[in-house]
Design a protein around this ligand. Structure first.
Ligand code: GLY
Ligand code: MN
Ligand code: MN
Length: 434
């Protein structure tokens, strides 16, 4: 990506900082077991501002600093270590590839950082995400405080950097939308492959393998979240990730899986019959969820508020469940008393971006915020009928259906980024037959 994009983002943050200094650490490496670490994934805020992919780094923004406003602390080059652990950008790379005005070894941060805090009123920093780093920062601030008698003033105010950064991240720029479209395209191909491959008798993890094959082939190094591949009763467990059961003839299969491409997530769910043909009950539930999802997507356009797609989806779900005899009473009462929550217990969407449940406020001044072009959200209603409900005819048991798409708010309305995965019953059955 063009590094000017990141420079523009940093400038925008600095415009909101007055006489402050911003400190953004990279995510720490997490140990998995003994000599094995978890695959490294950069912190979203840090990556959004720097595009720097390595751990053990800290970005510092110091607006107005004569020797450069963007300072990157990072690991130095080390030929011996690089043979074992891989390449490092080093100080030169930090400047030349990643556009830092100034770069210092991360090992020197204790000597250098306190000086950057001197005579600055505010520190912009996200407290509470990394306790170890919080403590370091307090130590640096205390060092500056100790110099008061020399006429040096220490920052008196800590401001959560999230307020600035997360409002920026909520509105996706063209280069971000391009990455999200790629993530959706790769994920759509994976979902199609799963539909084409699925047969009774396969294991859930075999379908997960088909998904992840397409992810990696499409350039996604890891999924945006652990894929959910749940057949039969497992389709009714919202965050089922064991993916270890056999797929049975006559059951439904719910797949919630999305690829991550260069830090951006897709989040797609499709539900289909393991054997490729919907039964009457599966069809009935599926049609209700699909109608709710299409109605929710209709509500995603500028001027609508955040909760309108959710309210619309609930109404369609409640009407449908009532028509099927699974809920009794008036639609308004059922919406009011929440009895539908037995079958639909989550919300209809969330912001989507670098994080699958992305950052950004849902309310402003305590009212649901209006949708604006550039926002991306999911639309994901569902109905889950777990087995065992004594007042429910067993023919409905173990049908869990969710349909989830990723939707960009545009000036004219919306664009469904994940539209390449079939979701009508006819299209799904046709793909699975083919
Ligand atoms: N995959 C998590 C979600 O749909 O929100
Ligand atoms: Mn989602
Ligand atoms: Mn999902």
């Amino acid at each position: 990506m063009d590094m000017k994009i990141f420079q523009k983002r940093r400038r925008e943050v600095m415009q909101h900082m007055g006489g402050g200094v911003a400190i953004v650490p990279a995510a720490p490496v997490r140990n998995r077991n003994r000599d094995v670490d978890y695959p490294y994934r950069p912190d979203s805020d840090f990556y959004y501002l720097t595009h720097f992919p390595e751990p053990e780094a800290v970005a510092v923004l110091v607006p107005g600093r004569t020797h450069g406003e963007y300072i990157l602390f990072c690991r130095e080059r080390n030929p011996e270590k690089e043979i074992w652990e891989g390449r490092r950008a080093g100080l030169e790379g930090a400047r030349e590839i990643y556009g830092a005005d100034d770069a210092f070894p991360i090992d020197d941060i204790d000597e250098i950082l306190p000086g950057l805090l001197e005579n600055r009123e505010k520190v912009f920093y996200t407290i509470g995400r990394n306790t170890e780093f919080d403590n370091h920062l307090m130590g640096w601030v205390n060092e500056v405080r100790a110099k008061a008698r020399n006429g040096v003033s220490a920052p008196g105010e800590f401001v959560d950097l999230n307020h600035i950064l997360h409002e920026m991240r909520l509105f996706k720029r063209p280069e971000e939308i391009r990455l999200m479209k790629r993530a959706c395209k790769v994920s759509a191909q994976a979902h199609r492959r799963a539909m084409q491959t699925c047969r009774p008798g396969m294991m859930e993890y075999e379908i997960q393998a088909e998904l992840q094959y397409e992810f990696m082939k499409g350039g996604s190094h890891y999924p945006a979240y652990p894929p959910i591949v749940g057949g039969g009763a497992n389709s009714c467990i919202l965050h089922y990730t064991e993916n270890s059961a056999e797929l049975k003839d006559g059951d439904m299969l719910l797949i919630d899986a999305g690829a991550e491409i260069d830090g951006y997530a897709a989040d797609i769910t499709r539900t289909f019959p393991v054997n490729g043909r919907f039964t009457g009950e599966q069809r009935a539930i599926y049609e209700v969820v699909l109608a709710a999802q299409l109605a929710a997507i209709e509500q995603i356009r500028p001027g609508k508020h955040w909760n309108e797609p959710h309210e619309t989806a609930i109404r369609v779900l409640v009407e449908g469940l009532k028509d099927l005899g699974l809920l009794k009473g008036s639609v308004d009462d059922l919406m009011e008393n929440g009895k539908y929550k037995r079958f639909y217990m989550h919300r209809t969407g969330h912001w989507l971006g670098m994080d699958v449940h992305d950052v950004g406020d849902y309310k402003v001044d305590d009212v649901w915020r209006l949708l604006e072009p550039g926002m991306v959200m999911t639309a994901e209603p569902g109905i889950y009928i777990a087995e065992g409900g004594e007042d429910i005819d067993p023919r409905w048991w173990n049908i869990g259906v969710r349909i989830e798409d990723d939707v960009l708010v545009t000036r004219e309305g919306n664009e469904i980024l994940s539209r390449d995965v079939p979701k009508s019953i006819d299209d799904i059955e046709a793909l699975m037959r083919g």
